[in-house]
Design a protein around this ligand. Structure first.
Ligand code: ASP
Length: 342
């Protein structure tokens, strides 16, 4: 059974006056929501260049030398934290990372105190992951420097959506017109939400496949087609994005059992037969093999782009840091020096 929602979604523009000539007229990167296609394309174009550069021996540059980057992670992370650290270092920033178990951090005033403390240290870039939706935006309001959202609650994970988009664009040539299926635990997934905003803004056809209990309440307003059966949702798909079952965010019973979940919504070779032959398989990680995805599908060297997603993550994060620090006095001097050299 499928439920089709054909609503047209209008994407708001962030109300910032563009500094003359800037293709990314935003101080922070808090989400994909609010970015227009030009801003998204600009980040992807810059990231594309870094992706090529990262495959050469000259991966490092010093365009951001003298700048300080703080990575503040209130939730666990492997890929995202490492990737932001590497990205900052490759651009020449001094990067410092701080991870805190969410249990030891109180909300409200404490978060704002943290912001005030960090602001007093004059960082140039602050990368934040937090378990609560909206917490990164709250922090950004107290910071003088650029703030990048590395995942907030169930709300957004903009750099994940950008790296997914870069992976698709490099593999498929374009995002526009692709049929992209996002499957699994959509209700708890900030990755799904950021991807839906971005893929819709860039003209893809977005489908969701999930059991009704794992769909967000506002699904009708997301401008997507919704399916509950994998064979229907995957029909003719160009790209399939599997999501991790986020059991740590589930309070109560969302599923009968993991075995049953795998049977109906786990991606297997057999279910994949409904998609196009050259379907691209993606997963943001970490993967639950044998729960949302079969191992042989995840490791299919012809169709799986899962490792490439990680690779593109570094390039996208370099692009975000680069673009958000353009115009800082240190950058202006370094950029001028570069120009005189060449
Ligand atoms: N790593 C992604 C996130 O932080 C996806 C996941 O955890 O399942 O949202």
């Amino acid at each position: 059974m499928s439920m089709h929602s054909t609503s047209t979604v209008s994407y708001p523009r962030a109300d910032v006056d563009p500094p003359s000539g800037s293709l990314f007229p935003h101080k922070h990167l808090l989400g994909i929501w609010g970015l227009d296609p030009t801003s998204i394309k600009h980040l992807l174009d810059v990231a594309d260049g870094y992706a090529d550069q990262n495959r050469t021996a000259n991966k490092n540059s010093s365009i951001c030398a003298g700048l300080t980057q703080i990575n503040l992670f209130f939730e666990n992370s492997t890929r995202t934290l490492m990737s932001f650290e590497i990205a900052g270092k490759r651009l020449g920033l001094d990067t410092i990372s701080m991870s805190t178990g969410s249990s030891s951090i109180k909300k409200g005033e404490t978060l704002l105190d943290t912001a005030a403390t960090l602001n007093a240290m004059h960082p140039d870039v602050l990368v934040v992951r937090h378990g609560d939706s909206g917490a990164v935006k709250l922090l950004s309001e107290k910071m003088d420097c650029a703030v990048i959202n590395a995942g907030d609650g169930r709300a957004e994970h903009p750099t994940q959506a950008l790296l997914d988009a870069l992976t698709i664009r490099r593999r498929k040539g374009q995002i526009h017109g692709q049929t992209i299926v996002i499957c699994g635990d959509i209700a708890h997934s900030r990755v799904a939400r950021s991807n839906i905003y971005l893929l819709n803004a860039m003209g893809a056809r977005v489908r969701l496949v999930a059991p009704p209990t794992l769909l967000p309440k506002d699904v009708d307003r997301l401008g997507v087609e919704v399916f509950h059966r994998m064979d229907e949702g995957l029909k003719g798909a160009d790209v399939v994005m599997m999501l991790r079952l986020q059991q740590e965010r589930m309070k109560g019973a969302f599923l009968p059992s993991l075995r049953e979940y795998y049977k109906f919504w786990g991606l297997t070779r057999e279910k994949l037969n409904a998609a196009k032959d050259d379907v691209l398989i993606m997963h943001p990680g970490p993967m639950n093999r044998g729960v949302e995805i079969a191992s042989d599908v995840a490791d299919d060297i012809d169709r799986s782009a899962i490792e490439e997603q990680v690779e593109m993550g570094v390039a996208v994060r370099m692009a975000c840091i680069d673009v958000l620090t353009r115009g800082l006095p240190q950058r202006v001097n370094a950029d001028k020096a570069e120009e005189t050299k060449s």
